[in-house]
Design a protein around this ligand. Structure first.
Ligand code: NAD
Ligand code: MG
Length: 389
């Protein structure tokens, strides 16, 4: 067989983001293993054009339809197909020009294209945790139905996934998600009420997109990840725990029924879980910086402060109650984060908006996909009205 035939053809949905650009670095470093065949961006036409000229994909999608003509013209001398608009994401996810979808769009917008890729039988590398928070039961059921592997890219879930290799016969007692604690670890509400977006956007250990950086500062990110873990690894809510680990060296752990705990460790660098998912089940040699036990010689652990970081408490509530509650919470959170990033509400207001939406939107125990879409819309409208967006 020629090596051409074994090249994995990758579709990066959200190629201009933090995960997307790092995935392209991994692809560029391994041209004999991977090719980029689909690239999508929401607004950033310039970076999308630059990426398309460099990687020569089969298709690109620009979300913002006003930018279609510009992208089309810039790629006129190539044979790259250009699509625009939200619907095009689903159409392209249904194409045959790729083998592996890297779901790296941020937020609820990632759900529909990912569902289409599953129905199209493609392997999913999942960075977009909101997909599982919104409709985890339906997504996981569909993945089983279409025999599609979902390989996590979120560092905690990649860690758990790596700890589970070779353990198919063994039951998990619990998983322990590590959390850095974000930039405001140890702070109290009287401090948090005054923090500004610039401050909240400074994460101590990771450089990421704006939404997940704010979610990390409020600890909502860890709450979303608890729900993500429940669906990915088929766990009961009480089997998912969180521990604060400020150094971000242990990326998460699995405790088995004999009490033994496995951890996956390394320096915080998203390229590693991205590369692991792309190449799974193989590991590829790389020259990323290595963890040195002499340089970072203390690993510490503490309980999360759910009294101060109330978003984590709300997410645990949503995890326990299930139904459409995680979907409602996620939608209200997306609106609240958007408003905070535009200086429309303060840091603590975000929690109030989410809590009120969770109390107000009618609970549905076993929603259909349509009902998830409706709950998402209702919660968004409710939150936007409350903030007067
Ligand atoms: P980002 O904001 O840097 O990038 C988001 C990408 O999605 C961009 O390409 C953007 O064009 C596209 N996009 C945004 N809104 C869209 C919409 N409405 N429709 C279509 N495309 C849209 O985000 P990111 O930090 O790369 O995160 C992407 C996802 O990965 C998130 O779900 C995040 O939680 C998850 N994740 C990120 C990291 C990280 O280190 N950045 C780590 C773990 C998980
Ligand atoms: Mg994570």
């Amino acid at each position: 067989m020629s090596s051409e035939l074994t090249i994995k053809r990758i579709a990066i949905f959200g190629s201009t983001g933090s995960i997307g650009t790092q995935a392209l670095d991994v692809i560029e470093a391994n041209p004999d293993l991977f090719s980029a065949e689909v690239l999508t961006a929401h607004h950033n036409d310039e970076l999308l054009i630059e990426q398309a000229l460099k990687f020569n994909p089969n298709v690109v999608v620009i979300g913002d339809e006003k930018k279609y003509a510009k992208v089309k013209e810039a790629l006129a001398s190539t044979d790259v197909k250009v699509f625009a608009g939200e619907k095009a994401l689903e159409e392209v996810a249904s194409m045959d020009c790729y083998d592996f979808m890297l779901a790296a769009i941020v937020g609820y917008a990632g759900l529909k294209p990912t569902l289409k890729a599953i129905e199209n039988g493609k392997i999913i590398g999942l960075a977009n945790k909101e997909t599982l928070v919104v409709a985890g039961d339906i997504v996981m059921r569909k993945a089983v139905e279409y025999r599609v592997p979902i390989i996590p890219i979120d560092s905690e879930h990649s860690a758990i996934f790596q700890c589970l290799v070779g353990e198919t016969r063994n039951k998990i007692e619990k998983v322990i998600l590590t959390a850095s604690g974000g930039p405001f670890i140890g702070r109290k509400p009287n401090y948090l009420v005054n923090v500004k977006r610039e401050h909240a956007l400074q994460h101590p250990n990771w450089t990421m997109g704006a939404k997940i950086t704010i979610d990390s500062a409020t600890l909502m990110n860890k709450g979303l990840e608890m729900i993500e873990a429940k669906w990915l690894f088929n766990l009961k809510p009480e089997q998912v725990q969180v521990v604060i680990h400020p150094q971000s060296i242990i990326h998460s752990m699995v405790q088995f029924e004999d009490g033994s705990i496995k951890a996956q460790m390394g320096l915080p660098d998203m390229k590693l879980p991205i590369q692991y998912a792309l190449a799974f089940p193989k590991r590829i040699k790389n020259d990323f910086p290595r963890y040195d036990f002499k340089k970072i010689n203390t690993l510490s652990f503490e309980e999360p402060d759910v009294k101060t970081f109330r978003n984590l408490g709300l997410a645990i509530d949503a995890l326990n109650k299930g139904g459409n509650l995680p979907c409602v919470m996620n939608a209200a959170n997306e609106i609240a984060v958007y408003a905070f990033l535009r200086n429309r509400i303060n840091f603590l207001d975000m929690t109030d908006v989410i809590e009120k939406a969770m109390q107000s939107i009618p609970f549905i125990a076993n929603p259909t996909l349509e009902e998830y879409f409706e709950s998402d819309g209702e919660a968004r409208n409710f939150a936007a009205d409350l903030i007067k967006l």
